[in-house]
Design a protein around this ligand. Structure first.
Ligand SMILES: [Zn+2]
Length: 441
């Protein structure tokens, strides 16, 4: 029943085009406030920029709130853009076809907005006595991490969302051959930082080239950096991830996953795993990807400067200054200037694997998904959860909707679609988690 209702909300949300930029999340926020109002809940719009608002609502457990106990259900309303020519249906039409709901945001992240709304309303309708406040929050500007994002909600409206626990995107229920293989709960994430490389040299006529052509210097530096393998740094979460994943992998992979910490075979094991899967490689070390290369404007002119950007993803705990120092030594070219861009991410502590909430997540998801193993992991991509963890919120990435690898590939890509059965299952699972945590603990 509830899942059916939630599906209707999701369809309506997909029809509201919240492509970021410009976002236009205010329209979606108003729609959500309307849904909540029908159940007598007064939601509040948090205005962040023209046309851009978050929406927040609260179920109270007592007259005096205890923020350290509160549970925050957070999801983002904005979506990335589409290439309409690659879609067989209207990406903003809320089309249901072949057992799927098609549309931009059907997975990322409007499915979670609707599921959170369902779990939240279930608690209101149940009329049970809550032992903690439950906060519903739908955010804006997640995809650009800009001035209307959760970061700004925290900066300007913290008292409205202050909480001790949160569920956000970032996790996954991995569906393989019709069966849930495992549930991944995101408890940590890498830190994204950009570094500018600039070379200034002697420009001039290309008929008389000299050794200080900036294009040549920059190309050599980028070549070295792009092929550099940073040292391995295994965090406790990543160790635990490989340990838990080992029994699910093929014999060869499994064998190497089990020996990453042994002195004799560890090194080979890590090399094997790094080569086998770029995500595993990224989980075990800082990665560096050259992403921008700009130089020159005319075929017969040597430019006087050249510019590149490298995107670094740090393992939390590593520092960018140390890495940049290593790169300077590696490049060994004083004409290359390194500048760390100031608006990079911040390393946040892991969410705990020891508290009541994590054990409840583990217990309920395992039960809901046929005894599947529940595996904590560090995501290589960034989410808003780092911001929450920096404010002492135990935030967990969990999208409790079973999805295949192929479905997940469509996120941010063409023909994003959500299996309706998975959505119903996810609504059910999330509602149980919220109900158990807010009434029994
Ligand atoms: Zn997302």
């Amino acid at each position: 029943m509830l899942a059916r209702e939630a599906q209707e909300w999701l369809v309506e949300l997909l029809k509201i085009n919240t492509t970021n930029p410009p976002g236009n999340e205010l329209a979606a926020a108003k729609y959500i406030a309307g849904v909540l109002a029908k159940d007598g809940i007064n939601a509040e719009l948090l205005d962040l920029a023209p046309g851009r608002s978050a929406v927040v609502a609260r179920l109270r457990s007592s007259a005096v709130a205890d923020p350290s106990r509160a549970l925050l259900l957070v999801a983002h309303m904005d979506v990335v853009g589409v290439d309409r020519s690659k879609w067989s249906v209207d990406p903003f039409g809320g089309v249901i076809k072949d057992g799927y709901l098609w549309g931009r945001g059907s997975i990322d992240d409007k499915s979670m907005v609707a599921a959170n709304l369902a779990a939240f309303l279930a608690m209101k309708r149940g009329g049970v006595h809550l032992n903690r406040d439950i906060i519903f929050l739908a955010t804006a500007d997640e995809e650009q991490f800009g001035d209307a994002s959760l970061r700004m909600v925290i900066a300007r409206f913290w008292d409205k969302i202050a909480s001790g626990f949160a569920i956000n995107e970032g996790g996954q229920v991995v569906l393989k051959s019709g069966k849930v293989e495992y549930v991944g709960v995101q408890v940590s994430e890498k830190v994204s930082i950009n570094v500018n490389l600039t070379v200034t040299g002697k420009g001039g006529h290309s008929s008389t080239p000299s050794k200080d052509n900036p294009v040549v210097h920059l190309a050599a530096a980028v070549e070295k950096i792009g092929n550099y393998n940073t040292p391995v740094h295994l965090t406790s979460i990543v160790r635990r991830y490989f340990e838990a994943l080992a029994p699910l992998e093929d014999d060869e992979t499994s064998k190497w996953m089990r020996v990453i910490d042994t002195p004799d075979r560890g090194e080979h094991a890590l090399r094997y795993l790094a080569d086998a899967n770029p995500m595993w490689n990224s989980m075990m070390r800082d990665t560096i990807a050259p992403t921008v290369f700009q130089a020159g404007f005319r075929a017969n002119v040597i430019p006087s400067d050249a510019h590149a950007v490298i995107n670094v993803r740090l393992v939390p705990g590593d520092t960018i200054d140390v890495l940049v120092n290593d790169l300077k030594k590696l490049v060994n070219d004083p004409t290359i200037k390194f500048d760390i861009q100031p608006e990079g991410g911040f390393a946040a502590p892991n969410s705990s694997l020891e508290n009541d909430f994590y054990s409840l997540l583990t217990r309920v998801t395992a039960r809901e998904f046929g005894g599947a193993p529940v595996i904590p992991f560090m995501s290589t991509g960034a989410t808003d959860s780092a911001q929450l963890r920096l404010h002492n919120v135990q935030a967990y990435g969990l999208r409790p909707m079973p999805l295949t690898e192929a479905d997940l590939m469509r996120v941010h890509g063409d023909e994003e679609r959500l299996p309706l059965a998975s959505f119903a299952k996810g609504v059910d699972c999330l509602t149980r988690i919220v109900a158990e945590f807010s009434t029994n603990h």
